[in-house]
Design a protein around this ligand. Structure first.
Ligand code: FAD
Ligand code: COA
Length: 400
């Protein structure tokens, strides 16, 4: 590991590793099997100060950086992908958007919830608007100074367990004219009109519910509108800009799972003997392990670099193109690394007695959730070509 971490960061990493190996890891198989949200892991993260890490000190948080949070996510994901994801959304998802764009009252509400163990939910995707997120149809109709939300989201991580929800919706004025896309905050059980539909039976990461979230005449008072700094007209761009932090976090979970799998494969290759010698002595496996290490080092460098980056115009969030580059490479490399780590184990890798099959199921998600690898290539292409690359039928446009 060659990244220049500060002594404080090395300390965070060491504490996270200790918690992961002694507490979180031993529970991971049972958490996967139970398919129940692991509240005991949330308590452990909270007690260690690993939730709300990026909340500023004036709001009661420790004011850590995104990279500090990434170090924790990586350690948790090495042993338990689900706990890695909880660490992402407790430190760098909707919470970051609220800390940057929120009113003092909103920041206080979000900080109190997250510092007490809430993992906020971010509600963007709809059945008809996945990659084409800006085509969402969930609407927020102005009625005086409040808004009434109607619509439905799906694949919402943590639906039914999260308290705070950040909901993206298309805003209309009282005459039915569209104003753009805004962010709306709601708290489960406190907002009549917020309900949940079906839970998705997922391939991996099974202990976090992926839910349909339904808004039926859900009233949002003005103090719960998360106003994008450039207003609703460019609200989608502002909200997606904040989302870049979570994208880096999502890539980090993949990196962590793959690193965990690689470390298991290294140890196994030295122990397991065939033809009267450890299988680590066979060049076929040595080269597989070497390739895994190369991919992981490259993925880690891209991820840490993205976590430390800031986008154009003094953005407080990671640079969109660097976040996309990191997530594309890390997600694809991680799937490959876990696949090969499982191969090193032979039949044992295919058994549910060992963690490789869980890691394989878990890691598969990261080229999909948080922006697919294809869509993120579009984000990178727009940057390197300095063009807008609309995916609709409008064609490519030179930037002004
Ligand atoms: P589609 O957009 O239908 O894409 C289908 C395929 O077409 C993909 O391969 C895609 O890459 C490709 N494609 C689409 N458009 C293009 C294009 N222009 N160019 C090239 N290829 C293209 N969403 C939330 O809002 N909140 C959450 O908490 C959340 N959590 C999730 C957790 C998990 C485990 C998963 C799997 C998803 C989650 N999502 C969440 C949803 C996720 O963001 C979407 O699945 C993702 O954006 C892709 O949308 P889609 O599944 O509708 O695929
Ligand atoms: N960071 C900063 N700005 C972003 C951004 C990001 N991640 N994604 C989009 N924007 C900006 C664009 O730059 C554009 O601003 P501009 O007008 O100054 O150029 C504006 O938002 C609108 O984007 P545009 O590219 O015109 O929208 P689009 O409808 O063609 O789709 C996608 C943009 C495909 C990149 C976007 O919808 C996307 O990221 N889809 C994946 C959804 C996703 O990640 N969901 C995760 C849910 S958990």
């Amino acid at each position: 590991m060659t990244w220049n971490l500060t002594p404080d960061q090395l300390d965070i990493q060491a504490r996270a590793r200790e918690l992961a190996t002694t507490v979180i890891g031993p529970r991971a198989a049972a958490v996967d099997e139970a398919e129940q949200y692991p509240w005991e892991n949330v308590e452990a993260l909270q007690a260690a100060g690993f939730t709300g890490m990026t909340i500023p000190t004036e709001l009661g948080g420790p004011g850590h950086s995104f990279l500090d949070a990434v170090l924790v996510v990586e350690e948790m994901a090495k042993v338990c992908g689900v706990t890695g994801r909880i660490a992402v959304e407790s430190n760098m998802g909707a919470i970051s958007a609220v800390m940057e764009y929120g009113t003092e009252q909103q920041k206080k509400l979000a900080a109190d919830l997250v510092l007490h163990g809430d993992k906020p939910a971010i509600c963007i995707t709809e059945p008809g608007a996945g990659s084409s997120a800006s085509q969402m149809t969930t609407r927020a109709d102005r009625q005086g100074d409040r808004f009434v939300l109607n619509g439905m989201k799906h694949w919402i991580t943590g639906g039914t367990v999260s308290k705070l929800h950040l909901i993206f919706a298309r805003v209309f004025d009282e005459d039915g004219n569209e104003e753009g896309i805004g962010g709306f905050l709601a708290v489960r059980d406190e907002n009549p009109g917020l309900s949940f539909g079906k839970r998705e039976p997922t391939m991996g990461l099974r202990a976090i519910p992926e839910m349909e979230v339904i808004f039926t005449d859900m009233v949002v008072e003005p103090e719960m509108v998360l106003m994008p700094p450039s207003g609703f007209k460019r609200g989608f761009a502002d909200l997606m800009n904040a989302y870049n932090a979570q994208r880096v976090g999502a890539g980090t979970v993949g990196l962590g799972i793959a690193t965990g799998a690689y470390e298991l494969a290294l140890a196994f290759a030295k122990e397991r003997e065939q033809f009267d010698r450890p299988i680590a002595e066979f060049q076929g496996l040595q080269w597989m392990l070497a390739d895994m290490s190369v991919k992981l080092e490259a993925a880690r460098s891209l991820t840490y670099r993205a976590a430390e980056s800031r986008g154009p115009n003094d953005s407080p969030f990671p640079d969109p193109a660097m976040a996309a580059q990191a997530k594309i490479f890390t997600a694809e490399a991680s799937i490959d690394v876990v696949n090969n780590a499982l191969q090193v184990f032979g039949a044992a890798g295919y058994s549910r007695r060992n963690p490789l099959e869980r890691m394989y199921r878990d890691v598969r998600m990261f080229t999909i959730g948080g922006g697919t690898a294809q869509i993120l290539r579009t984000v990178v292409a727009a940057r390197i070509l300095d063009m807008k690359l609309p995916q609709g039928r409008g064609g490519f446009l030179p930037r002004d």
